[in-house]
Design a protein around this ligand. Structure first.
Ligand code: ZN
Length: 452
C-alpha cells in the first residue's frame, strides 16, 4: 500500500489517499484515509509518464556534437557522427548504455519507455547468430532497471526516399520485410521473459527508410499493438517525400494507411494546418521530443491547431542528449511561446498549462506505448511518480498550481519515488541499483571511446 498526502486522480486532486496494488496493477484508490504503519508514505503522487521515444545508445554521444564546424551544421551532419559512432558499439556496451539511460529516465520520473530500436546487426551488416541479439540486450537493460518496456524493433530498408540503397553507416539497421518479421517474432520471445506490462510493437522507421508496399506488408503482418514512425522531422525530408510520393509525409500517411489510436507519429514537426487537423482527428498520438527537436534544430510543433482539434500527444527523449521530464514539457511550451510571442499556449480555453501538459502527456504516452496507464485508477498499471511539494521551489504553491511548479519552476530533484507497474525502482530520489548501473556505463564508455 502507498499512502500519499495528496494525489492527482482522474477527477482532480484528493487528500490522504491510500493506493493498493496487486501484481503491478492498481486495485484500490481510497481518499480520506489514515496512514497505516506498513504503508509506503509519499508527499504528492501523480500518474508517472511513459517516455514514448528513445534511442538509448545515443545517450553515450551526448555533448559530442555541439561544436560548430566549417559550413553550416545541420541534422544531417549530426546523423553522420551518429553513424560513425554506431560502427563500434558492442552488444555489451549497448546493454550497459541502455540500462544507464533507462535508470536516468526513472530518476527523472518516467515509469516506462518506448525504445525505437534500429541497431540490429553486427558492424558491416551481417546478422548476429541470434537475429534478436541486440533486442535481447534492450530487454536485459529493462530487466536490470525495472522500467516498463515497449520495445519497438525498427524496419529500416532504404538509405533515403525513393528506395535508395542503404549507405555504409546504415548497414547495422537494414532488414527486408521477411527478416524484419522474423526479428519481431524473436523480440517477442525475448520480451516474454520480462514482467507482464512489457510488450513489443513495430516501428517502420520513416517514409524515407521504407516503401509503401513494405509498409503495407508489415502492417498486415502485425495487425495490433503500437506502431511508431518518424514523420516530418526535417524540411528536407518533407521535400524528398513530396517529390517521390506526391504528397507531404503526414498527408501521404493519412491518405494511404489506416492511421488510428495505435499509431504514434514521432516529431510531426512540419505539417500544414490541414495535416495538423487531420492527424489530430485520426486518434494517433503526436510523439513530441522537444529537447531533441530543439537540439537538432528541427523546429516547433504546431501545438495550438493540434490541441484545438483534440489531438493526443506525449513526450519522448529521443536522442537522450538530456533526460528530463519537466524539461521536455517546459521546452514544448516555451517553443510555442517563442514562436507565437504569447504565453500559456498549450492549453485550450482556460486553465493550468502545467496540468494540461502533464495530464495530456501521461494519457498520450500511455496510449502510444500500448500501456494501460496514464491515470491513477483501478485496473491501470501502477505507474506512479511521487514528488516533494514541500521543496523550496514548490512550498508556496496551492494544490492547483503544483503541476505548474513541477513543470516550470522546480528541478528534477523534487522527484522522490517512481514505480513501474508496481516495481519501486526509485526511492529517495535515486535508483536502487544506481551504483552498479553507473559503474557498468562508465566501463562501457571507456571501451567505446578507446575504439571510436
Ligand atoms: Zn527518433
Amino acid at each position: 500500500m502507498i499512502f500519499a498526502k495528496q494525489a492527482k486522480l482522474p477527477g482532480g486532486w484528493a487528500s490522504d489517499v491510500r493506493i493498493e496494488q496487486t501484481e503491478g496493477r492498481i486495485t484500490a484508490v481510497e481518499p480520506g484515509q489514515a496512514p497505516q504503519a506498513s504503508d509506503q508514505r509519499v508527499d504528492t503522487l501523480l500518474p508517472a509518464l511513459g517516455n514514448l521515444h528513445s534511442h538509448s545508445f545515443q545517450r553515450a554521444m551526448a555533448g559530442m556534437t555541439e561544436y560548430r564546424m566549417a559550413g553550416k551544421d545541420s541534422f544531417w551532419t549530426w546523423r553522420e557522427l551518429m553513424y560513425r559512432f554506431t560502427e563500434h558499439l558492442t552488444p555489451e556496451q549497448i546493454e550497459a548504455i541502455a540500462a544507464f539511460t533507462f535508470m536516468e529516465m526513472q530518476e527523472a520520473g518516467y515509469a516506462a519507455v518506448g525504445e525505437f530500436h534500429y541497431l540490429h546487426h553486427q558492424p558491416g551488416g551481417a546478422p548476429y547468430d541470434d537475429l534478436g541479439e541486440l533486442s535481447a540486450r534492450i530487454a536485459a537493460a529493462a530487466q536490470t532497471t525495472g522500467i516498463g518496456l515497449t520495445h519497438l524493433p525498427v524496419l529500416y530498408s532504404y538509405g533515403g526516399a525513393g528506395q535508395q540503397p542503404l549507405q555504409a553507416g546504415q548497414a547495422r539497421f537494414g532488414n527486408d520485410v521477411d527478416r524484419f518479421n522474423a526479428l519481431v517474432a524473436r523480440a517477442k520471445a525475448q520480451v516474454a521473459g520480462l514482467p507482464a506490462d512489457c510488450r513489443v510493437g513495430i516501428a517502420p522507421h520513416s517514409l524515407r527508410a521504407t516503401a509503401p508496399d513494405d509498409l503495407n506488408a508489415v502492417l498486415a503482418a502485425h495487425p495490433s499493438g503500437p506502431v511508431h514512425i518518424h514523420i516530418a522531422e526535417q524540411p528536407q525530408e518533407v521535400r524528398d517525400i513530396e517529390s517521390w510520393l506526391g504528397a507531404r509525409p503526414v498527408a501521404w500517411l493519412l491518405e494511404n494507411v489506416e492511421v488510428s489510436e495505435r499509431w504514434c507519429l514521432i516529431h510531426a514537426t512540419h505539417m500544414t494546418t490541414a495535416e495538423t487537423t487531420q492527424m489530430a482527428r485520426s486518434g494517433a498520438v503526436a510523439g513530441l521530443c522537444p529537447v531533441t527537436e530543439a537540439n537538432l534544430g528541427d523546429g516547433p510543433f504546431n501545438g495550438p491547431t493540434y490541441l484545438e482539434a483534440g489531438g493526443a500527444f506525449g513526450v519522448g527523449s529521443d536522442s537522450n542528449v538530456l533526460i528530463g521530464l519537466a524539461e521536455e514539457l517546459r521546452t514544448l511550451e516555451y517553443s510555442q511561446r517563442l514562436r507565437d510571442v504569447a504565453r500559456n499556449v498549450m492549453v485550450t480555453t482556460e486553465g493550468s498549462v502545467g496540468d494540461a501538459l502533464y495530464t495530456g502527456a501521461a494519457r498520450g504516452g500511455a496510449q502510444a506505448l500500448g500501456r494501460g496507464a496514464g491515470e491513477i485508477a483501478v485496473g491501470e498499471w501502477a505507474d506512479l511518480m511521487a514528488f516533494d511539494s514541500s521543496a523550496p521551489a514548490l512550498c508556496a504553491l496551492r494544490q492547483d498550481q503544483l503541476l505548474d511548479g513541477l513543470v516550470f519552476a522546480a528541478k528534477a530533484d523534487v522527484v522522490t519515488d517512481v514505480w513501474s507497474a508496481g516495481r519501486h525502482a526509485v526511492q529517495g530520489g535515486r535508483h536502487k541499483d544506481r551504483e552498479a548501473i553507473t559503474r557498468a556505463y562508465r566501463a562501457a564508455l571507456q571501451g567505446l571511446m578507446a575504439a571510436v
